[in-house]
Design a protein around this ligand. Structure first.
Ligand code: PLP
Length: 408
């Protein structure tokens, strides 16, 4: 695959920022969108826009076909057994909150355990804190090794027969580590717990097969994988989703409504109250077509190669601290440059047209574990190449010159 050629399909990447060609390295926050996705969304609005599931007219059928077709596309993409297992949500956050509010509040009681890791994004942490507060369940954490990886022995020691839910990110948005989800799932199941996977950072970059992982729930966001903002997915095993109650009530999700009671539609619609994110689903399906045409294995390989190149080149900068393991990581690198505040690093880089993220990356507990308040992060995608890494290194050398006094 040729990243430079692919980049031509992304209109936003063709611009100059602050007098320099844009080098976009903030893909873990959100990815850019190719022409194919922009066109699919605008075609939908120009040709098919209508509300779904209710209209008998032609546009109503077109919109419904497009929306339900997108569900089929998602199901195939992640290897789900049926479209009934695919719930469209606003994103990973909403998907994880749905599992916490519906499944976990019912399943957990006083003294039961919910197992997480300290590297979790706030979206996969706070919903479980809320469940613990509401039910009397206890949060337990699988400890991290000094490079941010987790050991299976520690997973074995943390999950017990009291564990009802294990929820772990597949890929860390800070450390770049790929967690051993399949093994953790197997241990969770041995103790009768359900396995929830935060797939926000894995789905855009790795080939994912939920049935092979055997996880019970899997959440991800469209906007990090070339799709639009505002659309995401919760995959859940059918037998679990069937016994869960909806958390949002209103139009679209009902079967029969009386003045004092109501019944729900079957899966997946009982979880999709209100007018759904139709154009978002259409855009997500187009993004999946785009990614699969390139090939998820090719994307994964390209990013791993780029990450290794970036790790090597950045390591040569005196005074830099790189976080996470040296190998077995995805295409993102989190770092600090001496005592320079990451916001200052990002500001100097921005003046060079280079977009990186700085802050706590929605992982405050992990920042405390790393003993920093914030970091900078460069994250790559299929349209980045070695020239972008070289631009980043040059930008960091300039930053160093600018703040020379703050770097030991
Ligand atoms: N989990 C991880 C690992 C993430 O990186 C993110 C987004 O940055 C989320 C969850 C939340 O995703 P969203 O904001 O799309 O709901």
């Amino acid at each position: 695959m040729n990243a430079r050629e692919l980049r031509e399909q992304f209109p936003i990447l063709q611009q100059q920022v602050n007098g320099h060609p844009l080098v976009y390295l903030d893909n873990a926050a959100t990815s850019q969108k190719p022409r194919a996705v922009l066109d699919a969304v605008s075609r939908y609005y120009e040709f098919s826009n209508s509300n779904v599931h209710r209209g008998v007219h032609t546009l109503g059928s077109r919109a419904t076909d497009a929306y339900e077709g997108a569900r089929e596309r998602v199901a195939r993409f992640i290897g789900a057994g049926s479209t009934q297992e695919i719930i469209f949500t606003r994103g990973t956050t909403t998907a994880l909150n749905l599992v916490a509010a519906s499944y976990a509040r019912e399943a957990c009681g006083e003294g039961d355990e919910i197992v997480l890791t300290p590297m979790e994004h706030h979206s996969n942490l706070i919903p479980w804190q809320q469940v613990a507060k509401a039910t009397g369940a206890v949060l337990r954490y699988i400890p991290l090794q000094s490079d941010g990886t987790i050991r299976i022995e520690d997973v074995e020691a943390t999950i017990t027969d009291r564990t009802k839910v294990v929820s772990v990110m597949y890929v860390s948005n800070v450390l770049g580590v790929i967690n051993p989800i399949k093994e953790i799932t197997e241990i969770a199941h041995r103790h009768g717990a359900v396995m929830v996977v935060d797939g926000a950072q894995s789905t855009p970059h790795l080939k994912v097969d939920v049935r092979e992982l055997d996880c019970d729930f899997y959440a991800f966001s469209g906007h990090k994988m070339c799709g639009p903002t505002g659309i995401g997915v919760l995959y859940g095993k059918k037998h679990l989703l069937e016994r869960m109650e909806p958390v949002e009530f209103g139009g679209e999700m009902i079967d029969h409504v009386d003045l004092y009671d109501s019944t729900w539609k079957e899966l997946p619609w009982k979880f999709e109250g209100g007018t759904p994110i139709i154009a978002g689903a259409v855009g997500l399906a187009a993004a999946i077509d785009f990614l699969e045409e390139i090939g998820m294995d090719a994307i994964d390989q390209h990013e791993k190669t780029l990450a290794a190149y970036a790790f090597d080149r950045l390591s040569t900068i005196e005074g830099i601290s790189l976080y996470g393991p040296t190998s077995g990581r995805v295409g993102l690198i989190t770092f600090n440059l001496g005592d320079v505040h990451p916001h200052d690093v990002a500001t100097v880089l921005d003046a060079e047209g280079i977009a990186v993220r700085a802050g706590h990356h929605c992982c405050q507990p992990l920042m405390r574990w790393l003993e920093v308040t914030a970091t900078a992060r460069a994250s790559f995608y299929l349209y980045n190449d070695e020239a972008d890494v070289d631009a980043l290194v040059d930008g960091l050398l300039k930053t160093k010159e600018f703040f020379g006094h703050a770097i030991g």
